[in-house]
Design a protein around this ligand. Sequence first.
Ligand code: PLP
Length: 507
Amino acid sequence: MSANDQSGGGAARQGQLKREGLIFEHGAPGRVGYSLPKLDVPEIDPVESWGADQVRDDIAGFPEVSEVEVVRHFTRISQHNFGVDTGMFPLGSCTMKYNPRVNESVARLPGFAAAHPYMPYSMMQGSLELMERLEQALAGVTGMDRVTLQPAAGAQGELTGIMLIAAYHAHRGEQRTKVLIPDSAHGTNPATASFCGLEPVEIPSNSRGTIDIEALAAEADENTAALMLTNPNTIGLFEDQMDEIARIIHDVGGQIYCDGANLNAILGKTRPGDIGIDVFHINLHKTFTTPHGGGGPGGGPVAVREHLAPFLPWPTVERDDSGMLCLDWQRPQSIGKIHTFQGNFAILVRAYAYIRALGPEGLRQVAEDAVLNANYLRVKLEGHYHLPYQQISLHEVIFSDRKQKKNGVTAMDICKRLMDYGYHPPTVYFPLVVPGALMLEPTETVSREELDVFIDAMIAIAGEAETDPDVVKGAPHSTFLRRLDEVGAARRPVLRWDPQAADTDGD
Ligand SMILES: *Cc1c(COP(=O)(O)O)cnc(C)c1O
């Protein structure tokens, strides 16, 4: 695949842009997308029926459009997007893998899709059994004792997990104040600790990219509520000194929270419960192929060891004496509710469908293929991009822009140029311990052929950075919009079309 620079496309390109520009300017007064039969019942006066304040003659500035205009409008906008259904999405740490369609058909079964959370238990045995089985499957995968399915995402799982740990310490009459967090951690980790009123304390990484054990031992004391680590960590490396880490933290009475965003790398290989971890969250939208869906709804179940189970959010799914499934609210030590009802139930159905479709052998194969793909990228690209950590990596691999920086080309420029080659950019500038980081996670759902084409694109961009750096710095050239003001988009987001603003500034 070669870069497709359409920026100089002349009249045709101008015409295309004009058509695109018309996106929000369709329609004409009186144009409609429906036709109704003639009224054959007595007409009512809406003002008389509902009052003048409830009735309007006109929706100001609302476009009046035909059906085909609406369909083309939304279809065209969807084509400006990039998703896991479009192509390889190597966004490191996010595990953007393909979402199998069988998950969708199972989630749409009427018994699941039309279930109401207030149905009597006798009518929701199937849904409760799915939750019971998913809990057991996740406990099995993680080697933990109990699981709550309520949290809606990893970040909410972290909040739940640290609340569980705080409740555990409080129950023992202890007021612990700090959470130790390695410097390679995701930003949600320190945010979670602060949100719970605890002080995040940064632990440096050693030159191998794993936790500096001496620094950890120096910080760990009777004020340590927890260590929050990520394993494999965000550098894609396995924390191989878990015995020592667990001993240090447990000796001072602390708990070990593990951020499970990288579970994909160790599925069926290592179980957090077997390596000293007390609490572990699972991102269903990463490891278990439920859609990321533009920020939600997701699933962030939290798995715990037995001693933390009494504090889990209520209600839990249990069986009564007759074997009937029910929801148990009689949990006096529970931290309470974390999400309405049972979390994002339809997401739970998808994750369960995926687990059953693969089985234990399939899940192990996922981890093996994900790790193989990341290392294939590492080996093929290490001659072209600076590789800060030399070891064999797990499911993701980190390069940096150090080589390209000499020509003024940054990680951000490389990402933007990748879009011209038809790929979603990798994660950039994360983890913070690697300046100019480019974090690639191909996942197991990409084929060898696609990986090779992606590698060619990365190598071509490295070449351009030498011979024609301006083409990289000016990228993207082929997208509908060129380089965007990302800071402005985050600080001053325009989330809906405003006809007045469109009239005045023409944008
Ligand atoms: C994705 C991620 C999170 C946050 O998970 P969400 O499900 O997006 O809330 C936390 N830690 C790491 C390492 C992650 O990659």
